[in-house]
Design a protein around this ligand. Structure first.
Ligand SMILES: NC(=O)c1ccc[n+]([C@@H]2O[C@H](COP(=O)([O-])OP(=O)(O)OC[C@H]3O[C@@H](n4cnc5c(N)ncnc54)[C@H](O)[C@@H]3O)[C@@H](O)[C@H]2O)c1
Length: 306
């Protein structure tokens, strides 16, 4: 049983690697170009003969095909995963998130993989017409990241219709150890240093989901014959100002909250309708979406990001 994790040196991919090794997969290949991924996330596994790391780019078709050959399941996580980064460099986000996804699907189909699991995003919905957002909500991406994930999903659907097993999960905002350059890691790091927390806008409502719940969802869909996209979230909206207050109180920080104008690419309000996640994957949302924050504070204390 061989699994490939594209983007496996990144935040979620490295937690998935931990899990697949715990679950006893015979061979797990991580492919990552280290655009945002970091070796420190996976170093602990590199002496394990079950793990291979390939520093490669999913836009390099020939190399990708040699890596996917013989794989049972391909977990496709490699992406420009940062909304602002994707907006700033639309060429990179298009070539990686759209063409790269197409390359992964084509290689997996040609080389006989049983299933591809694609990590899409709540950003495909754009600004919500209603809350919570179910999987039937129209695609209305507000930024090029959401557009690239929507295009990736379209290819998933086409390959699935042609008989290959493809599953799509639409992730809400993940949080957990090893994340970088997103609101929770940035604010925790700044709060621990006593620096101001910058809030863009202040009206945002965000559905935060602990990384282990995502990993659980990925492993469940990999073993199931489902194609319909599934929202993976906590089903709860956290106001961005509440998040800031909670971080300040957990870190006992004297940092100030400073409000700047909203950034136009960002979606203001989102909470996921998680009934399909509950019914089909048997996953229950937590009572408190931010239950992992206290342990995360401790993690960032011991693993300060630059
Ligand atoms: N973290 C979230 O809140 C969130 C929410 C919705 C969807 N997602 C999606 O889940 C997946 C994993 O997200 P993450 O938070 O772990 O992001 P991440 O940036 O930590 O991981 C993505 C990995 O892909 C690698 N990568 C980028 N371009 C590549 C390329 N051309 N070839 C090979 N590797 C490449 C990066 O180096 C990185 O290690 C992504 O597809 C992301 O879009 C994440």
């Amino acid at each position: 049983m061989k699994a490939v994790i594209t983007g496996g040196a990144g935040f979620i991919g490295s937690h998935l690697l931990d899990r697949l090794i715990r679950d006893g997969w015979e061979h797990v290949v991580v492919v990552d170009n280290l655009f945002r991924g970091r070796m420190v996330n996976i170093n602990a596994h590199l002496s394990d003969t079950a793990v291979t790391f390939a520093q490669a780019d999913i836009r390099d078709e020939a190399t990708l095909r040699s890596i996917i050959a013989g794989a049972d399941v391909v977990f496709h996580l490699a992406a420009q995963s940062n909304v602002i980064g994707a907006v700033t460099d639309i060429d990179y986000s298009f070539s990686t998130n759209v063409v790269g996804t197409f390359n992964v699907l084509k290689a997996a189909r040609d080389l006989g993989a049983r299933r591809v699991v694609f990590t899409s995003s709540r950003e495909v919905y754009g600004e919500a017409q209603y809350l919570p957002v179910d999987e039937g909500h129209p695609f209305n991406a507000k930024n090029s990241y959401g557009a690239s994930k929507g295009a990736g999903e379209m290819y998933c659907r086409v390959f699935n219709n042609q008989g290959m097993g493809v599953s799509v999960v639409r992730l809400s905002n993940a949080y957990g150890p090893r994340d970088v350059d997103r609101v929770i890691p940035i604010w925790l790091t700044r709060a621990l240093k006593g620096e101001d927390l910058i809030v863009y806008g202040g009206q945002q409502l965000i559905d935060f989901v602990w990384v282990d719940a995502i990993v659980e969802a990925l492993t469940r869909v990999a073993g199931m014959d489902v194609m319909d996209p599934v929202n993976i979230g906590s089903g709860q909206g956290t106001s961005i100002l509440d998040l800031a207050q909670r971080i300040l109180s957990l870190t006992n920080s004297g940092s100030k909250i400073v409000v700047h104008p909203a950034r136009s690419a960002e979606v203001a309000k989102f909470t996921a309708d998680v009934r399909r996640m509950q019914e089909r994957l048997g996953l229950q949302p937590p009572a408190d979406a931010l239950f992992g924050l206290p342990q995360l504070v401790e993690w960032y204390r011991s693993n300060p990001t630059p």
